[in-house]
Design a protein around this ligand. Structure first.
Ligand code: SAM
Length: 238
């Protein structure tokens, strides 16, 4: 059987990622600048989506033409800026949730610098509380905050009917660097971060089981990036 994942060493994986990035749409100069600034300013910049993810998200958002976007986990605003650029035509309203005061300050600087405050709203505080206050429906929801919160967040979204009938939820880092699949899945994961990702992997196993068994949704878990799950409501029967 042809598997969905080719086997690469970390060096080969980096080469493949570079090849794919170079043969995909370029990100904008603003996104390039923000990427460079984030990498130089923050030690944990691997939290940021990659340029290839940004190109992928822009491609999808241009097809889906969302009018309202919700993002859980803003960091320095790289994905929020991606959603903004991808919805120039639909002028989508973008709501991003962030807890960390350092990242709140950083994302505010990003939104002011690139002049996107007309359509991007940052809600400060724990996502679980912010979600409780949201109303209406969202056409595209990007779940990218603390991994042990994913199950709660998606349950809240579904229970509160925050996902539009034809909307999609995109949840990032579902592989937890491989630890969701098994602890010996990624021998290259540095020991320093292994306990963190192992705990995340356990939380995401629970999340994946919840999603697979929830009768309200259709799910695909794609072996791209660090594991990307797409969720939509089941079609209504005629
Ligand atoms: N979406 C961003 C991007 O692609 O550039 C990256 C987001 S980063 C992976 C996750 C962010 O979620 C961090 O900035 C973190 O502070 C934030 N976060 C963690 N726990 C949170 C919570 N309980 N509520 C809201 N935000 C949270």
């Amino acid at each position: 059987m042809l598997t969905s994942v080719l086997s690469f060493t970390p060096e080969q994986a980096a080469t493949v990622t570079e090849y794919c990035t170079n043969h995909s749409e370029d990100v904008s100069p603003s996104l390039k600048e923000l990427w460079d600034r984030t990498v130089s300013e923050f030690d944990d910049s691997d939290k940021m989506s990659s340029p290839l993810q940004s190109a992928t998200f822009k491609f999808l958002a241009e097809l889906l033409r969302p009018r309202r976007i919700l993002e859980i986990g803003c960091y320095t605003g790289y994905s929020a800026l991606t959603w903004y650029e991808a919805t120039i035509n639909t002028r989508a309203e973008i709501t991003s949730l962030e807890l960390d005061s350092k990242m709140i300050a950083a994302s505010k600087r990003t939104f002011a610098r690139y002049g996107v405050e007309d359509r991007v709203k940052l809600i400060e505080g724990p996502a679980q509380e912010s979600l409780q206050k949201l109303t209406g429906t969202f056409d595209l929801i990007f779940v990218d905050a603390n991994k042990d919160g994913y199950e709660t967040y998606v349950k809240q979204i579904l229970d509160k009917n925050l996902l539009a009938r034809d909307g999609v939820i995109i949840a990032d880092n579902i592989f937890a660097r491989g630890m969701t699949i098994s602890e010996d899945c990624n021998p290259h994961l540095p020991e320093k971060v292994r306990p963190y990702w192992t705990a995340n992997g356990k939380a995401l196993q629970k999340f994946n089981t919840f999603l697979k068994n929830d009768p309200r949704v259709d799910v695909v878990l794609l072996p791209v990036f660090d594991g990307l799950t797409l969720i939509k409501l089941k079609p209504l029967l005629n």
